[in-house]
Design a protein around this ligand. Structure first.
Ligand code: SF4
Length: 687
């Protein structure tokens, strides 16, 4: 940990004396943005204090003892040299992976700084001998200050190649000129330091203009001759390295770039507006990974650019900026581009630039339905709370009817609900009716907690709600249940934002009086709790109560993790051995990660818990029930979730944190997952 970049780079030479396998640098802009980041790019829990710069040093060895000894020696060297103010030693592989994920995300993290001026790659991989790096960076910094700007710094300190991205506004002429001038001065500096204009990424277009200066006319002509010998017609990646156009042409934005103003229903104040939310996508294509993480399930299924987060952002940006006719902003073609987005929130956390395509899609659909008819199916999906309520009054007959072959054919033909699916069964005895009829539990030393009984817990799986109440009361809480309406998630998923806001308003009014008294709100359905937490403040931006409700809302597992070993009453579990495989809902994975669920499931001493590889199950509420989405939904499930579940021994409990995941895993594998609350309540010690 260092208080400045010069100190960090001078320390690199000290570190190199211990022959580490990597010495990477992350500067203040990276660290600042990482602190604000969700998901894997936010791995900064190892930081001590608020360093301006850090060096990440990695050692390999034949044994743990050898590596430990080298770490000891390094620390002693640093102390002797009085370099750095703190060292954090990280030997746990998972914690190491978090640090590397943050460092790898450096480029995208710095792109998150607010405003139109962004760190831009055009001198970002100049390299000099490592011992010259401190002086080189000091002079580089001087060039930036002379041109009135700053930069994001990170990169490979051990080999003298820092990725320095000057902050410029390429939507303005002044910014474009500023970029060209900085590029010229940095090229001169690199040549003076006998360095390389590009140490890693290649000269491409951005550096080609200085090659004549760096290599001389004879070598540049030789480049041309070699290129012409292999590519006489000039068809193989023309205009790179030799005969390149000026770096000020072919820009992503460029002078005159502007976007049409979009009046939004959701608040995009945090992003700087709808266009800024779209422009968060910097085109790096982190969403194009496969078989890793959750983003982007539709791309993983179809492998089409159009079905990736980047493809969707590019389409929206083209319409906003006039590259496409502005009518495209609510066209059927744009609807098709966004149609396979499952609104899973994975990009919100996994995309290092935090493109929140689910939110953008909700806003798009809201706008789209101003000029298009809302389909009957969408209206019914939005009304799932009322439909379930009506069906529960007619259960079990209603279940028999909706599960029958003729009814499934009819739902398929009339509404487009795929006949291969069964509508989830409802219960005549809802959670709410059970809760009202029960006797209150005994003393409550921890005070009150409000259990948010979502639609699916109430009507479809009351047993999961009962299990949650058993856990909360076992912990010493008095459980409060208040009447409320649907959280609004089904409406948001269909873009019916006025209705979602009305429900949010109703629920905030019902919940806030408890929040005001310090009562925590917990739930067990990840997408409903994510709505309270993530969407309510955007649906009701003028209502401070919505922010308070958001702040007080959490998943049951968060409360269980927080209270474990806190000195208050504790749950008593049996020590019966049980293997448990956890699948975390993508909304929970995105907003809080799997940590709380894993910690809660590890409370029973007999539980051996593993996490099913983080990925989307593919159902996403109504998405996978819809005829046109069924195949993609199943393809997504088959990507990793279904094969992982099928590979589990039959006596392993599959545990989920969302209703959709439960339905989809059962549909795709025949295994009946339990909700987390059910698995834990079943392990409570009998008294
Ligand atoms: S919300 Fe999910 S499906 Fe939609 S773009 Fe983001 S990662 Fe892809």
């Amino acid at each position: 940990h260092f208080n400045g970049i010069t100190e960090a780079l001078e320390a690199t030479m000290t570190v190199l004396e211990e022959s580490p396998s990597a010495v990477e640098h992350a500067g203040s802009m990276v660290l600042r943005e990482a602190r604000r980041a969700l998901g894997p790019s936010g791995g900064v829990d190892f930081l001590q204090g608020e360093p301006e710069d850090i060096l990440i040093v990695e050692f390999f060895g034949e044994s743990e003892a050898e590596v430990a000894a080298r770490l000891d020696r390094l620390e002693q060297r640093m102390v002797r040299a009085r370099q750095g103010y703190a060292v954090t030693r990280i030997v746990d592989p998972a914690a190491q992976a978090r640090v590397w994920a943050m460092r790898t995300a450096g480029q995208n993290l710095i792109a998150n700084i607010p405003g139109d001026a962004k760190p831009v790659a055009f001198v970002e991989d100049a390299a000099v001998a490592p011992e010259k790096l401190p002086e080189f960076v000091r002079r580089f910094d001087g060039i930036l200050r002379r041109h009135g700007t700053d930069a994001g710094y990170y990169g490979h300190a051990s080999v003298g190649c820092l990725h320095i991205r000057p902050v410029v506004n390429l939507k303005r002429r002044e910014g474009i000129d500023q970029m060209a001038a900085i590029s010229r001065d940095v090229a001169d500096l690199v040549i003076e330091f006998a360095g390389a204009l590009s140490g890693e990424h290649g000269d491409g277009i951005a550096r080609a203009g200085w090659n004549e200066k760096a290599f001389g006319p004879a070598l540049c002509q030789a480049f041309r001759d070699v290129k012409a010998a292999f590519d006489p017609k000039g068809i193989m990646n023309p205009g790179k390295i030799v005969d390149a156009p000026p770096m000020t042409e072919n820009l992503r934005y460029g002078e005159g770039y502007s976007t049409v103003p979009v009046k939004t229903r959701l608040s995009f104040a945090g992003e700087g507006g709808f266009a800024a939310a779209v422009e968060r996508c910097n085109g790096s294509g982190a969403c194009h990974k496969v078989k890793a993480g959750s983003m982007c399930p539709s791309y993983m299924a179809t492998r089409r650019e159009e079905d990736s987060t980047r493809g969707r952002a590019n389409a929206l940006r083209a319409a906003l900026s006039g590259a496409l006719p502005v009518d495209e902003l609510d066209s059927e073609r744009m609807f098709a581009v966004l149609d396979l987005c499952l609104m899973c929130k994975s990009c919100k956390s996994e995309c290092p630039s935090h493109v929140d395509m689910g939110k953008l899609k909700a806003e798009f659909l809201h706008r789209y339905y101003r000029s298009h008819r809302v389909p009957l199916r969408s209206r019914l999906v939005a009304d799932v709370h009322r439909l379930n309520s009506a069906m529960a009054r007619a259960a079990p007959l209603a279940n028999l009817l909706t599960g029958s072959a003729p009814a499934r054919w009819a739902l398929d033909a009339i509404l487009g609900l795929d006949r291969r699916r069964r509508l989830p069964a409802v219960r005549s005895r809802t959670f709410e009716s059970w809760f009202r009829s029960r006797r209150r539990a005994g003393p409550a030393p921890r005070g009150r907690v409000l259990f948010f009984h979502d639609t699916f817990t109430n009507f479809n799986h009351p047993e999961a709600g009962m299990a949650a109440v058993a856990l909360l009361e076992g912990l010493g809480y008095e459980v409060v249940v208040v009447p409320h309406v649907c959280c609004g998630r089904p409406m948001i998923s269909k873009g019916l934002l006025d209705r979602a806001a009305a429900n949010a308003g109703h629920n905030v009014a019902a919940l806030f009086p408890y929040v005001e008294e310090g009562v925590r709100i917990v739930g067990i359905e990840a997408s409903c709790m994510a709505t309270l937490k993530d969407e309510y403040p955007d649906l009701l931006p003028g209502d401070p109560r919505a922010r308070a409700v958001s702040g007080a809302s959490s998943m049951l597992e968060e409360l269980l993790a927080d209270t474990a070993g806190d000195g208050g009453p504790q749950l008593r579990f049996s020590s019966a051995p049980k293997n448990v495989a956890l699948h975390v809902h993508t909304h929970e994975q995105a907003l809080i990660g799997p940590g709380a669920a894993l910690k809660a499931l590890r409370l029973p001493p007999g539980f051996a818990v593993e996490q099913i590889p983080a990925s989307c199950c593919g159902l996403a509420g109504a998405f996978g029930y819809e005829k046109e989405h069924y195949e993609v939904s199943m393809l997504i499930g088959e990507d990793r979730v279904f094969p992982s579940v099928r590979a589990l021994p039959p006596d392993t409990d599959v545990v989920v944190t969302g209703f959709s995941c439960r339905e989809q895993i059962e549909h795709g594998t025949g295994r009946r997952p339990k909700f987390l609350a059910e698995a834990l309540a079943a392990a409570l010690a009998q008294v």
